[in-house]
Design a protein around this ligand. Sequence first.
Ligand SMILES: Cc1cc2nc3c(=O)[nH]c(=O)nc-3n(C[C@H](O)[C@H](O)[C@H](O)COP(=O)(O)OP(=O)(O)OC[C@H]3O[C@@H](n4cnc5c(N)ncnc54)[C@H](O)[C@@H]3O)c2cc1C
Length: 502
Amino acid sequence: MSATAKRAAEAAEHFDVLIVGAGISGIGGAYHLTHQMPGTSFVVLETQESFGGTWITHKYPGIRSDSDLHTFGYRFKPWVGPPIAAASEILKYMSEVIEENDLGRHIRYGHTIRKAEWSGKTNTWTIDALKANGEAVRITCGFLWMCQGYYRHGKGYTPEWPGMSSFKGKIVHPQAWPTDLDYTGKKMIVIGSGATAATLVPNVANDVEHVTMLQRSPTWFIPGRNAIEIAEKLRELQVDEHWIHEITRRQILKDQDEFTRRAREDTEAVQKELLDAVKLFLGEDYDIATHFTPKYRPWRQRIAFIPDGDLFTGIASGKASVVTDEIERFTEKGILLKSGKELEADIIVTATGFDLSPQGDIDFVVDGKPRAMSDTVTYRGMMFTGLPNMVWVFGYFRASWTLRVDIVADFVCRLLTQMKKTGAKRVEVAIPDRLKDMKLSSWIDPEDFNPGYIMRGMDALPRRGSERDWQHTQDYWNEKDEFPKLDLAGEAFVYDGGKVLA
Ligand SMILES: Cc1cc2nc3c(=O)[nH]c(=O)nc-3n(C[C@H](O)[C@H](O)[C@H](O)COP(=O)(O)OP(=O)(O)OC[C@H]3O[C@@H](n4cnc5c(N)ncnc54)[C@H](O)[C@@H]3O)c2cc1C
């Protein structure tokens, strides 16, 4: 660190903990710190002008969750609405968490963190951020809690297709949806068939002249009623909402566990069930084999729940349709497909996903040397070799993200409490000698889970080892019991630069 930078750091505000991001993870972290470690000084820095993360970034018509809010909600605050919720309802829920727990005073909006520099001499991170007005801010902290999500909020991913500039209409990415976009009576093509496309299509169908979902290959969906039976039953019995929340969560998790297992072990039966559900909406004559029968096994990519089957009712009404084909090039009027057919459009929506950004575009420097997440090996998907005093909340794919927010928060609070008790100022994870020859591979096994954004960004992610402790297992069902028992004095943890046992 230069002498000037050192002086600035000495003068900087200091917090015990700094949380990056005010999405569902950052607000959850702030809640748990306040409740489990009262008296801890902390600040949340957030680029955007409000909380919500994903749920304020995305403003396209109909934006909603694709997993249920009993498990996407926190374990400590009951969700009382229908399971699939609009972004506005999720934001309201989060605003209540902030207000009820007086978290607002800890959050600073319009602060983008650019650099985080660790000093082993002072055992602190020095954080350089830029305010929205361009002013530089420097803050130091003892512990960095990364809640920056996993994708770049500023810009979505759009592949380059030939002829894009010749298209005379508008090209829109759902991550940057213009709020004044008028699509009434227009012809729209939505490229993609993930959760975003499946949400957008039924939500614009009534207003457009026609909307076409153009997909290269089909996706698995689960259509169903936007309600959970056990929650309805318990409400009828006037059971306390806290109980309903907990019981409903357990029921959902049990069902999901069973479904995941069956998708692996009894793939054909699960495929048949999913296809039968689609047939109920579209009828026997619809070409389900071409448009809704994916080539991959269910759960190799996230399966979107389609509340009340709205995507399929949109198709059945004739206002929406699906084309399964490949793009040859854009034309003045729309898209020319490899089959030779041309689709006309006034608006083309590229629901083609996002760009992975595991570090939140923050440059890490450790004792003077740059250190990227991709240079590290993960401990349980939350700590990283060579990055001291840092945890990242990377949620679950096959279960709601927030389930992990709560259990990682418990772990962080337990770790910080233990460090306070023993006087340790620095903790990092290191692969123990006995595992030094452990096989390392990519963050996630593509055979198990392989959505496009992960495959495109795998190189930027940390590596995983062959031992369970050195992986993000994506297994909430076991991790919920394993995390509280992780041995902080165990072989993976190194305190204060030596093997000091906690
Ligand atoms: C459209 C969409 C729908 C989804 N639906 C579901 C669902 O139904 N269920 C589910 O489990 N998951 C869903 N996901 C995944 C979803 O991203 C997570 O569930 C969850 O919202 C992530 O929360 P987060 O707080 O970790 O990150 P984010 O929501 O990504 O929030 C991170 C915040 O950190 C801020 N930030 C990032 N870098 C910096 C920096 N350098 N400095 C300051 N601030 C920074 C960002 O501005 C952002 O506000 C969905 C994702 C998308 C895109």
